[in-house]
Design a protein around this ligand. Structure first.
Ligand SMILES: Cc1cc2nc3c(=O)[nH]c(=O)nc-3n(C[C@H](O)[C@H](O)[C@H](O)COP(=O)(O)O)c2cc1C
Ligand code: SF4
Length: 561
């Protein structure tokens, strides 16, 4: 029986961060969000109607026309586009493109209502579980993937069978929060969501901050094209993520946590909900964790499609039901996060690394790295490689070793023309610069970054101008528009990369003028953009010009202004 909108609003109001779950419930119930529904929500949650309309229409996935919820959405990320996404779009009635939906190891994902299908053509589409990470070379020691391939791993019993939740039990029964933070500090674990901030230091800042209740947020937005590691962790090892969140709660003194999950992972929400219920029933989460009286409540909140919501302050605004613009800093979330409370925002992979660190010790974790680097990093590898997938590598592993020895080389043995780093945010690496090791200092020395660890490989058969255009178009579509240089700059750079019939009037066909304009736009964006999106986007054009001057020259001269 359908509940009335008043019942649903009353229930939502009894929950923290009520707007997104309420909108999702109504979206699923009615198949879209009507004007009338939005008016009732605005009144029920006391949100100005204009603000609510602005917020709802900002997200990609809230449909405003009947039947929109179940209309197919086809992944239009770079890897899927090269695999034929545009053709698939024409084969499915009423289909719309969606930005990279985090399944680049198994193109092409299609979202229909609450289910994901994958396949290269309409006839081949089928619902399949998220692929498991490929087996690494013999002798490799992993941290977060250590048990991920074990049978039954995503059940509480399976997780417990290898010591799952014993790190949490040990922490709450015989350690102080400071002990936990000291161990995490000693492990040199740093954020795996992109920025690489030391995790122990972040937790200590939250613990030391005045006010409360404190909050932990697990950032599972994973919107960076070419990144799909968090999905694998949550689907195949959900309890490890939950235990990591619980340890962050204990260390920071937070009784509550949110897991902010990207819209495009509907199956993951069910798996995580079941895992939370299982752990609560067993007394490992909830109001009396391991009989110690500690409260740790984890709430899942699902986004609605917006890359910018991965940026932590934008995420917090989204949770609070506000327009998800990034916030100005300072203050930072560690003192003024969710509803102004001290908040630790951490990536899924960062949190999943904490239980094994506490079980095996900081030295064990540090020693997993190579060449003086600490620990491991999951690399989501996709594109023109023999075996795409998630690989947990020792930090410091040579990139070419990953490609040649772990991933079976390139597709059809072709030479690599370029790869992207940090998904798209690190721009391209090519030529001799591919002789990097997989760690921030090595990759930053080439003007790029490792970030969240997405690497898309493009072989010698690919058109790099076209790929750069796709990348910039993504940033232009996803710029939240708060700051002028990013909003306009990403559009102008996209226009300069457009070829053929998409060529805009007034774009210089003189290479010197074109290069000057592109450099000027990029410099302005890097200097004045308020968040990482606007600062990173120009790396695409900078690296394109650096590695592929001839292709750029040809592109500029072939299309008349
Ligand atoms: C545009 C943008 C998008 C981001 N997307 C994500 C994301 O999807 N997942 C994530 O964990 N961090 C993302 N981040 C980084 C977060 O702001 C934040 O640094 C991170 O969640 C902190 O967790 P960590 O310290 O464990 O890495 C993004 C940052 C920017 C600027
Ligand atoms: S840099 Fe771009 S995405 Fe970031 S706040 Fe400014 S307009 Fe928004």
């Amino acid at each position: 029986m359908n509940q009335t909108i008043d019942d649903l609003i009353a229930h939502a109001r009894s929950q923290p961060a009520p707007l997104l779950p309420l909108l999702h419930r109504l979206h699923e119930r009615d198949g879209y969000l009507s004007d009338e529904t939005l008016r009732a929500v605005a009144e029920g949650l006391k949100i100005p109607i204009a603000d609510l309309f602005g917020t709802v229409t900002f997200y990609h996935h809230f449909a405003r026309v009947e039947g929109g919820f179940t209309a197919p959405r086809v992944c239009d990320g770079p890897v899927c586009r090269l695999a034929g996404a545009h053709e698939l779009l024409t084969q499915l009635d009423g289909a719309k493109p969606m930005p990279c939906s985090g399944r680049c190891d198994e193109p092409i994902p299609v979202l229909r209502g609450g289910q994901t299908f994958v396949g290269l053509s309409a006839d081949a589409l089928e619902a399949r579980p998220t692929p498991l990470p490929p087996t690494p070379p013999a002798g490799t020691e992993e941290c977060v993937f250590r048990h991920i391939r074990d049978d039954g791993r995503n059940t509480l019993e399976g997780y417990r069978s290898t010591g799952g939740y014993s790190a949490l039990e040990k922490a709450v029964t015989s350690m102080t929060p400071e002990d936990v933070i000291a161990e995490v500090d000693a492990s040199e674990l740093a954020g795996r969501g992109g920025a690489g901030f030391p995790t122990g230091r972040k937790w200590r800042a939250v613990q030391d901050a005045e006010g409360g209740p404190k909050t932990v947020v697990c950032n599972a937005d994973e919107g960076e094209p070419g990144c799909f590691k968090d999905r694998a962790l949550m689907d195949h090892d959900p309890h490890a993520v939950l235990e990591g969140i619980a340890l962050a709660c204990f260390a920071t003194g937070a009784p509550r946590a949110f897991l902010y999950l990207r819209y495009e992972y509907p199956e993951t929400e069910h798996l995580l909900t079941a895992a939370i219920q299982e752990a609560e029933r067993a007394g490992m989460l909830g109001d009396d964790v391991f009989g110690t009286g500690h409260t740790i409540r984890i709430h899942i909140r699902r986004g609605a499609g917006a890359y910018i919501c991965g940026e932590e302050t934008s995420l917090l605004n989204s949770l609070e039901g506000k327009h998800p613009f990034p916030r100005n800093r300072p203050p930072d979330p560690v003192t003024d996060g969710y509803e102004g409370t001290p908040t630790a925002v951490n990536n899924v992979e960062t949190l999943a690394a904490v239980p094994p660190i506490l079980l095996h010790g900081a030295d064990w974790y540090r020693d997993l790295g190579l060449g003086g680097h600490a620990g491991t990093k999951v690399i989501s590898l996709s594109g023109d490689v023999h075996t795409p997938g998630n690989y947990e590598v020792p930090i410091g592993l040579p990139f070419r070793t990953l490609i040649e020895e772990w991933a079976g080389g390139t597709r059809a043995g072709n030479a690599i023309q370029a790869v992207t780093m940090a998904g798209l945010s690190g721009g391209f690496l090519a030529g001799d610069d591919l002789d990097v090791t997989l760690d921030e200092p090595s990759i930053r020395s080439k003007g790029s970054m490792l970030g969240a660890g997405g690497i898309m490989v493009f072989d010698e058969t690919r058109n790099m101008i076209e790929i750069a255009h796709m990348a910039m178009e993504f940033f232009a579509d996803e710029s939240c528009g708060k700051c002028f240089p990013c909003r306009i700059g990403t559009q102008r750079l996209t226009e300069r990369l457009a070829g053929g019939g998409d060529r805009h009037e007034g774009i210089p066909s003189d290479i010197v003028a074109w290069l000057d304009e592109v450099a000027d736009l990029g410099d302005t964006m890097k200097a004045t953009s308020a968040c990482g999106l606007g600062q990173a986007a120009p790396l695409i054009t900078e690296s394109l010009v650096r590695y592929f001057p001839e292709a750029v020259r040809k592109h500029v001269s072939e299309t008349d202004g």
